[in-house]
Write a protein that binds this ligand. Structure first.
Ligand SMILES: [Zn+2]
Ligand SMILES: [Zn+2]
Length: 454
């Protein structure tokens, strides 16, 4: 026999006590624009009204109605049913107040406790948006699944969805911040069991975009682990674990970590220059990732000025703004295709007269300008990069004669071009090259990036 909803509710309460939240959840897909609690109240109230009517008007079914009202009053702890029985002069057993909800063990009746814990744990964090997540113990899930099967409840929603929504609503109303589903600043995760729970926080990283200038040679972009000890610390590296005393990353990050009270950081550069290459002009874009920050609303201008004032001319930063993870991916992808302009001081093995220089420069421009070059992974990086041939585009070359064996070149190329190898030829690994076109060996003595166009 197929039971209607009201019959199912009575059947449930003949056997179990479940709280109104859980009752409503069993029929959550029926009706809209209401809550599970109101859904349950309506069902229980309908049952009370109908049985009250029968009690008053139908002598034949009076006993059955009385039985139903007692189920509602005693087993469902529904007070309107109790009042009806009292009013009509019928007795009922006092409710057992220690009896807890079969499905949630009264979790839904004590939501405040769960919210309080989250408020406590997030107290020291600055955040604008949050989201609640739940990982219920399998006992909770299995019990609920068996229950649904027993009463053939096909229109329910999951415990998880319901709990997340209720907690989110309550928390939002107290802290006055909206839940956000896409990219919340803080994800509050509840591990639930019937009688205990834990709250874990996942704090989203804070991303800050900027551009940096490296004004001196000899510092790598990021922390470079010691070659001998791989970062553990040894006598070779003076137990610092690093190959170089400092890096752009180490000069920039600590102040941001301090201001945001982050637990760590990561430096994402839009490409990188060699250690002995300066980064001048408008600077190289970077995004700083600050992990688990406690403070998010940073005064970026203030930090920029403070940092630039304490660098002794090593590194300067500019153009700071808040960023996000998506932009980190875009930054990396874009770096390969942005145009970069270099200034190179070049030494020739053999002396050249100025006239000859002009002729060879013209030849070089003809072959290489607005053309592709082919670069096999240079010898000097082949131990850490895959050996393959990259096609790169050279847009523009300008040359200036300084002495018979010293020239200055301005070279505009596609990002990721190995400039030193473009000049030397790297024993034939880069083709064509400046050395090849000049017919004598050229070596890059000093290199600066003077513009990154994006
Ligand atoms: Zn419940
Ligand atoms: Zn070492």
């Amino acid at each position: 026999m197929k039971l209607n909803i009201l019959d199912k509710v009575l059947k449930i309460y003949q056997k179990y006590y479940i709280c109104p939240y859980c009752l409503g959840r069993m029929f959550a897909l029926l009706g809209t624009d209401t809550t599970n609690f109101k859904r349950a109240y309506s069902l229980l109230l309908s049952l009370t009204l109908e049985n009250h009517r029968i009690l008053l008007t139908n002598k034949n079914k009076e006993n059955n109605a009385l039985l139903n009202l007692r189920i509602l009053a005693e087993n469902a702890k529904f007070s309107p049913a109790r009042k009806v029985l009292e009013k009509e002069g019928h007795e009922y057993t006092q409710i057992d107040s220690t009896k807890t909800c079969y499905l949630c063990n009264n979790i839904f009746l004590n939501l405040q406790k769960y919210v309080n814990k989250a408020i406590n744990n997030t107290e020291n964090y600055e955040y604008n948006t949050f989201l609640c997540g739940t990982s219920p113990n399998s006992k909770i899930i299995n019990q609920e699944d068996r229950f649904k099967a027993e009463f053939n409840l096909l229109e329910s929603e999951s415990f998880k969805t319901h709990f997340n929504r209720e907690i989110g609503k309550l928390l939002s109303s107290i802290i006055n911040k909206p839940p956000e589903f896409e990219n919340p600043d803080i994800l509050i995760i509840y591990s639930l069991d019937f009688d205990e729970f834990e709250v874990q926080l996942l704090v989203r990283s804070l991303f800050i975009y900027g551009r940096y200038n490296k004004l001196i040679r000899g510092i790598p972009q990021t922390r470079w682990p010691c070659r001998k000890c791989k970062g553990k610390g040894c006598d070779k590296c003076n137990f610092t674990g690093t190959q170089y005393d400092t890096s752009v990353e180490q000069l920039i990050n600590p102040l941001f970590i301090e201001k945001s009270k982050a637990t760590g950081s990561k430096f994402h550069g839009a490409g990188r220059e060699d250690i002995d290459v300066r980064m001048l002009g408008n600077g190289r874009p970077f995004i700083l990732e600050l992990k688990e920050p406690k403070t998010r609303n940073l005064d970026l201008n203030y930090i920029m000025v403070e940092l630039n004032n304490t660098q002794d001319g090593k590194v300067q930063i500019s153009n700071l703004k808040f960023s996000n993870k998506k932009e980190v991916i875009a930054l990396k992808a874009k770096a390969e295709n942005t145009k970069k302009v270099y200034l190179a001081l070049i030494e020739a093995e053999e002396a050249i007269e100025i006239k000859e220089f002009e002729t060879k420069l013209n030849l070089l421009k003809k072959t290489i300008e607005n053309n592709k070059i082919y670069q096999r992974t240079p010898n000097r990086v082949s131990h850490r990069r895959a050996d393959l041939i990259r096609e790169k585009y050279v847009y523009k070359i300008e040359g200036e004669y300084i002495t018979s064996n010293l020239f200055q070149f301005t070279i505009e190329t596609q990002g990721g071009t190995y400039i030193k190898e473009l000049i030397s030829g790297d024993d034939g690994r880069t083709k064509p090259s400046f050395s090849e076109e000049f017919g004598s060996k050229l070596i890059c003595k000093e290199l600066d990036v003077i513009d990154i166009k994006d």
